[in-house]
Structure formats: structure tokens, C-alpha cells
Write a protein that binds this ligand. Structure first.
Ligand SMILES: Cc1ncc(C[n+]2csc(CCOP(=O)(O)OP(=O)(O)O)c2C)c(N)n1
Ligand SMILES: [Mg+2]
Length: 378
């Protein structure tokens, strides 16, 4: 397989402590590695059930599953602290679960039910969880990248200016390789570089955007970290199919970004095993390529490592998988039992315009037709 191992310490990378031969991940407590495995299996099972529910027309709209990329969300999330903000694109179920969202809220959101994390108003692409510092779930390619810079600006401002201390937080901003040529990303990276914002732009580089391979649509496709150099950023390329590598690579980057503070850019090499969305016939990539990546399954890799270290065995793995299947089934039951939102009740809630009152069908919204207010404003 062509995915490179973690490589930090390349010529365009300055300031980052180069990865040593010792793996930090391998020295973590057994319990932590087992939790990672459990979370990856949970995401996989959740996504398999999501696909079924979509085919059964229980889920509507766009839906993109994360199968194959589990090591990225789980390993990256493990490399930061819970108060560190996370923002991502539309392939977001894995990030939500890895960040601690209860699967039932995630499933109910996709079912369009009031029990969903966004009251069923957002759907698959809009997983939000304020308590777990997850700021979406965004459907517009690249739209989350200025938000990532903004979140980092926010935490830095609070820590340094309001609290007169030192910057504490690191923001993880995930994006797909398809977002690499969006103007918004380059504006965000420029500002992050100028303002030394503690944000890590993690490109989940699965080699394809909707139906186009990265080599067809992006310059320097084999070395996208070169783009970071233009913005004075640290960068790293990490093998995203192996969670131990993900954690080791990310931990070094996160530590550097937190202590400096400064922005960074990560080329996270990964692969999505399924189509772009539920309706993708995958005609743009050869089956042999898919099969070769499937033999590099991130879940099997960690499971086999744990087996080899005698930290886990086949029976316990089976028991864990069974328990997870039950948990995901319960999330579907819970989602089905949750009613859809009351449209009239919910339509004007959770929107910025709420405080101005509803739109009454005039050509201008109510607040702009209020004569008194206009007078006051002169
Ligand atoms: C601004 C914008 N243009 C086009 C689209 C349609 N679109 C949705 S997903 C996608 C491909 C994105 O690919 P990538 O960023 O690599 O993410 P992946 O699907 O591989 O996770 C496109 C073009 C969109 N949502 N937003
Ligand atoms: Mg992609």
C-alpha cells in the first residue's frame, strides 16, 4: 500500500519535535487501546446500520458513511483534550461518536427526530454537540475551515486577552481532500498563519472527492503539505489507517501547537471503503484498489496488535462486538420512538432571527419594517 508512515521532521517542517522510534501510543495503558478499538467497532457498526436504515428509507437527504476512516477520528480525538474544539465536514458521524455523543442522539438526528442532537433539523451532515465541544458537521465543502480558524481565535482570545494568561486550547479542523482548493481554506490558513492561531487543519486525504481523484483536481497531490509551507505552518503526513500512527503523529503536532501556539497542517492518508454517498456507484476507482485497502482495515490492525500483545482475545472481541451491536440496535429503537419535530413549534427556534420575531410574509422581515426602530437608528 502506498500510504506512508508518520513522517514528521521533513524539510518543510520546522519546530516540531521529530518522531522518535518509540511509540507513545504503544506505551499507553491497555485500557486506552481497548477503548479505541471499542470506539472504532462502534463507529463501523453504527455506519453499517446507517446504510441499512437509509436503504429502508428511514433516513432521508444526503448521507455519507465513515467506514474505513475510523482510525482518524478516534486517534485524533484521543490526541487532544475534551475542552479542545473540533469542527468537521459532512462525513461526521464518526467524529460525533468519537467525541462522546450518545449514538442515540446521532441516529435520531439522521432519522429527523426531535431527540436528535440538532432536534432532527440538521440530519446526517450536521452533528453538533456543544457539551462535547463539537461544532459541526458542515455540508458546504470547506465551509468549516474559517470556523476552525475562528474557534482557535476564540479560545486564544479568551485565554490570552480576557483571562490574561497563556493560550490553552488546540482546535482540530477536519476537512476532505476535496476542500483543498476552496478559497475559504486558503483564507483561513493565511489568517491562522498571520495570527498564530492554535488550529490543526487535518486533511482526511482519502484520495477522492465526489468522483474525482486528488491527482486530477489538485496540484502537488503527492505532497500537499507543501501548501502549508506557503502559510508558514508546521506540517506532517500521517498514515491514517493505523491508529497507533495517528495518535503518535498527532500527539507530537498537538503538543507543539498547544505550547507555541501556532497553526499546523496534517496530510492524513486514509481511504473510504464505501462510496462517496449512499448513491455513488464508484465507477471512478478500480475494485482492486478498494480490495487492497480493505485488507488494510484499521480495526483489524489494532485488534491484531492487541491479540499479539495478549491484551485481548477472539472470545472477548466477539463479546465486545455483540454488546456494540446491541447498543446500536437500541439507538435505532430510540430514534424510531422519538417523534419528528413539531414544525410550527420549531421552525423559528434555534435561528439567529428568533429574537426579532417571525417573518410575517411581508416583503421585508418584521424588524426592518418597524418604523420606530428605524427612526431611533436615524
Ligand atoms: C462548495 C461546495 N461545492 C460542491 C459541493 C458538492 N460536494 C459535496 S461533497 C463533495 C466532495 C468533497 O470531497 P472531499 O472533501 O474529499 O470529502 P470526502 O467525501 O472524500 O470525505 C462535493 C464536491 C458542496 N457540498 N459544496
Ligand atoms: Mg476525499
Amino acid at each position: 500500500m502506498s500510504v506512508a508512515n508518520t513522517s514528521i521532521g521533513t524539510s518543510h517542517l520546522t519546530g516540531i519535535v521529530p518522531a522518535t522510534g518509540d511509540s507513545v501510543a504503544r506505551s499507553l495503558p491497555d485500557k486506552t487501546l481497548l477503548e479505541w478499538l471499542r470506539m472504532m467497532v462502534l463507529i463501523r457498526e453504527f455506519e453499517v446500520r446507517t446504510m441499512q436504515a437509509y436503504q429502508d428509507r428511514k433516513i432521508g437527504g444526503f448521507c455519507h458513511v465513515y467506514i474505513g476512516q475510523e482510525a482518524v477520528a478516534v486517534g485524533c480525538t484521543a490526541s487532544v483534550e475534551h475542552p479542545d474544539p473540533i469542527v468537521t465536514a459532512y462525513r461526521d458521524h464518526g467524529h460525533a461518536l468519537a467525541r462522546g455523543m450518545d449514538p442515540k442522539y446521532c441516529m435520531a438526528e439522521m432519522f429527523g427526530r426531535i431527540g436528535g442532537c440538532a432536534k432532527g433539523k440538521g440530519g446526517s451532515m450536521h452533528m453538533f454537540d456543544r457539551d462535547n465541544n463539537l461544532f459541526g458537521g458542515h455540508g458546504i465543502v470547506g465551509a468549516q475551515t474559517p470556523l476552525g480558524a475562528g474557534l482557535a481565535f476564540g479560545t486564544k482570545y479568551i485565554d490570552e486577552v480576557i483571562n490574561e494568561g497563556t493560550s490553552q486550547r488546540v482546535t482540530l479542523c477536519f476537512l476532505g481532500d476535496g476542500a483543498l482548493n476552496q478559497g475559504a481554506l486558503h483564507e483561513a490558513m493565511n489568517l491562522a498563519g498571520l495570527m498564530k492561531l492554535p488550529v490543526i487543519f487535518i486533511v482526511e486525504n482519502n484520495g477522492y472527492s465526489m468522483g474525482t481523484s486528488i491527482n486530477r483536481g489538485t496540484t502537488m497531490a503527492d505532497e500537499i503539505t507543501a501548501k502549508a509551507k506557503a502559510y508558514g505552518m508546521l506540517s506532517a503526513q500521517i498514515d491514517g489507517m493505523d491508529i497507533l500512527n495517528v495518535y503518535d503523529g498527532m500527539k507530537a503536532v498537538v503538543d507543539q501547537v498547544r505550547s507555541t501556539p501556532c497553526p499546523a497542517f496534517v496530510d492524513m492518508r486514509t481511504y473510504r471503503f464505501k462510496g462517496h454517498s449512499m448513491s455513488d456507484p464508484r465507477k471512478y476507482r478500480p475494485r482492486e484498489e478498494e480490495q487492497s485497502y480493505e485488507t488494510d482495515d484499521p480495526i483489524a490492525k489494532l485488534r491484531d496488535y492487541l491479540f499479539s500483545q495478549k491484551l485481548f482475545d477472539e472470545d472477548r472481541f466477539k463479546a465486545m462486538s455483540k454488546e456494540i451491536r446491541g447498543e446500536v440496535r437500541a439507538s435505532i429503537k430510540w430514534a424510531e420512538a422519538s417523534p419528528p419535530p413539531d414544525v410550527m413549534e420549531e421552525l423559528y427556534k434555534d435561528v439567529y432571527v428568533e429574537e426579532w420575531g417571525p417573518y410575517n410574509g411581508t416583503s421585508e422581515p418584521e424588524m426592518l419594517t418597524d418604523g420606530d426602530q428605524r427612526k431611533e437608528e436615524g
